[in-house]
Design a binder for this molecule. Structure first.
Ligand code: HEM
Length: 410
C-alpha cells in the first residue's frame, strides 16, 4: 500500500487493540496522527520495536532532537505538552539519561525490592481487610478500592508522602495520562503538579525523614551538580506516577482477564498455571502501557521499510507488540496463560527498560494471589463488554472495575 492515511489516535482510548490493529495494517512502522494534528510514527512490530528501543539513534529528548519543537511549532497548545516538558529520565538522552538513571535505579534493584515484600504484603492485607467489610452482593469498584491504592500506598510510603497529601500528589500524574485534556487543562495541570511537588521537596529539606525523597534531597545537597531542582521535582513526578498507574492497570487487567476467562482461573486454582504465568500473559496481551510518547530520530533511520526522518517523533506501540502474530501466531489476541512463549516488551527494553519491573512483578503476585484467596467467588458486576476503557491512548486499562466480592446469597 502506498502511503496509507495516518491512523488518527483516539484521545479517549476507546479501542486500544482495534486501533493498534489498524496501525499495524498500515505497516510495521506506520504513520499516526496525535492530538493537535501532530504526525508521528508508531512501531507496532515486536522485533522492530525491540530494535528501536535499543537504537541510540532514537532519543527521548525533545529539546535536542524534535525539530518541530526546536523550531517553535510545538507550543503550550499541544495537548501532550506535559510529556514534552517533563524534566526527568523520560526526556533525556545519552550521558544525561545515564546520570539520572543511576540516581534512581539503585533503589529498585531486585535485592532492595525483595526487602520491601513485608511492606507490600501489609498494604495488600490492609486494603483487603477494608473490603472484608462490604456486604454480600455489594458492588465495589475494585480499581478504586484495591488496584490503585495498593501500589500508591507502597510508592508513597517509600517516598515519604504524608497520608493526607497522597490523593492530591498523585492527581497530577493521573491527569497527565488523560489524553482528552484541553491544552489549557494540560498546561494548568503541569504547573500545579510542579508547584505541589516543589513544596513537598521543600518540606523534606526542612524536615528530612527515612525515605527516598530525603535521600534524593541529601544527594543533591552533597553534590549539587548531580541533580538540579527541576530534575529533582521531575524525577519525583515520574516515580510516583509510574509507581502507581501501570501497576494499577496490571492488577485490573489481570483480574478482568481471569474473571472473563473462567477456564484460566480454574487452571490457576488447580495449579496448572502459576501467578507468574498469569502476570506475564496479562503483560503480553494487555500491556498496561499501551502507546508511549516519545522518541525522536537523531538522524534519518531506515526501519521496517520506511525512513523515519531526522527530528521526527516516534511512539512505541507496546499494546500491539505484545499481540504480534509473527511472534504469537493466530491466537496472539487471546489471553492464554498456558502459552509457552509469552514474550512481550511491556517493560521496555535496553537502556531505558523499566526501573520498577521487579517491584511491579512482586506487587502483582502478592496482590492478585491474596485477592483471589480472600474472595474466591469474586465476579464482575457488569457484562465484560460494558466495562469502560480508561480515557487515554497512553495506558491500557479500565475506568472502573465493578465487582461483587461475595455473592448476594451469603
Ligand atoms: C506493570 C507495571 C509497569 C509497567 C508495565 C511499566 C512499563 C514501563 C515501560 C514500557 C518503560 C519504558 C519506557 C521507554 O522505553 O521509554 C518504563 C520505564 C520506566 N519505569 Fe516502568 N512500568 C511499570 C512499573 C513501574 C514502577 C513500579 C516503577 C517505579 C517505581 C517504574 C519506573 C519506571 C522508570 C523510572 C522508567 C524510566 C526508565 C528510563 O527511562 O531509564 N515503572 N516502564
Amino acid at each position: 500500500m502506498e502511503n496509507p492515511a495516518p491512523v488518527v489516535l483516539d484521545p479517549a482510548g476507546r479501542d486500544i487493540h482495534g486501533e493498534a490493529a489498524r496501525i499495524r495494517a498500515n505497516g510495521p512502522v506506520a504513520r499516526i496522527e496525535l492530538p493537535g494534528g501532530v504526525l508521528a510514527w508508531s512501531i507496532a512490530d515486536q522485533e522492530l520495536a525491540r530494535q528501536a528501543l535499543s537504537d541510540h539513534r532514537l532519543s527521548k529528548d525533545p529539546r535536542q532532537h524534535w525539530t518541530a519543537f526546536a523550531e517553535g511549532r510545538i507550543g503550550e497548545d499541544f495537548p501532550l505538552i506535559g510529556w514534552v516538558l517533563m524534566d526527568n529520565l523520560t526526556t533525556r538522552y545519552g550521558a544525561d539519561h545515564t546520570r539520572l538513571r543511576k540516581l534512581t535505579a539503585g533503589a529498585f534493584t531486585p535485592r532492595r525490592v525483595e526487602a520491601l515484600r513485608p511492606e507490600v504484603q501489609k498494604a495488600v492485607d490492609e486494603l483487603l481487610d477494608e473490603l472484608d467489610g462490604c456486604a454480600p452482593g455489594e458492588v465495589v469498584d475494585l480499581k478504586a478500592r484495591f488496584a490503585r491504592p495498593m501500589p500508591a500506598r507502597v510508592i508513597c510510603d517509600l517516598f515519604g508522602v504524608p497520608a493526607e497529601d497522597r490523593v492530591q500528589m498523585l492527581r497530577g500524574g493521573e491527569a497527565n495520562i488523560d489524553t482528552t485534556l484541553t491544552p489549557e487543562e494540560s498546561a494548568a495541570n503541569v504547573a500545579q503538579w510542579h508547584r505541589e511537588m516543589a513544596e513537598f521537596v521543600e518540606s523534606k529539606r526542612r524536615d528530612p525523614g527515612d525515605d527516598l525523597t530525603s535521600d534524593l534531597v541529601q544527594a543533591q545537597a552533597e553534590d549539587g551538580s548531580r541533580l538540579n531542582d527541576s530534575e529533582l521535582v521531575g524525577t519525583l513526578h515520574l516515580l510516583l506516577a509510574t509507581g502507581t498507574e501501570p501497576v494499577m492497570n496490571l492488577l485490573a487487567n489481570a483480574t478482568r482477564a481471569l474473571l472473563t476467562h473462567p477456564e484460566q482461573l480454574a487452571l490457576l486454582k488447580n495449579g496448572k498455571v502459576t501467578w507468574a504465568d498469569v502476570i506475564e500473559e496479562t503483560l503480553r496481551a494487555e500491556a498496561p502501557v499501551a502507546h508511549l510518547p516519545f522518541r525522536f530520530a537523531v538522524e534519518d533511520i531506515e526501519l521496517g521499510g520506511v525512513v523515519i526522518a531526522k527530528g521526527e517523533p516516534v511512539l512505541i506501540n507496546f499494546a500491539a507488540a505484545g499481540r504480534d502474530r509473527t511472534v504469537h501466531g493466530d491466537s496472539a489476541h487471546t489471553f492464554d496463560a498456558t502459552r509457552p512463549n509469552k514474550e512481550h516488551l511491556s517493560f521496555g527494553h535496553g537502556i531505558y527498560r523499566c526501573i520498577g519491573m521487579p517491584l511491579a512483578r512482586m506487587e502483582a503476585e502478592i496482590a492478585l494471589a491474596a485477592l483471589f484467596r480472600r474472595f474466591p467467588d469474586l465476579e464482575l458486576a457488569v457484562p465484560a463488554q460494558d466495562l469502560s476503557p480508561q480515557v487515554t491512548f497512553i495506558m491500557n486499562g479500565v475506568e472502573t472495575l465493578p465487582v461483587r466480592l461475595t455473592p448476594q446469597s451469603r
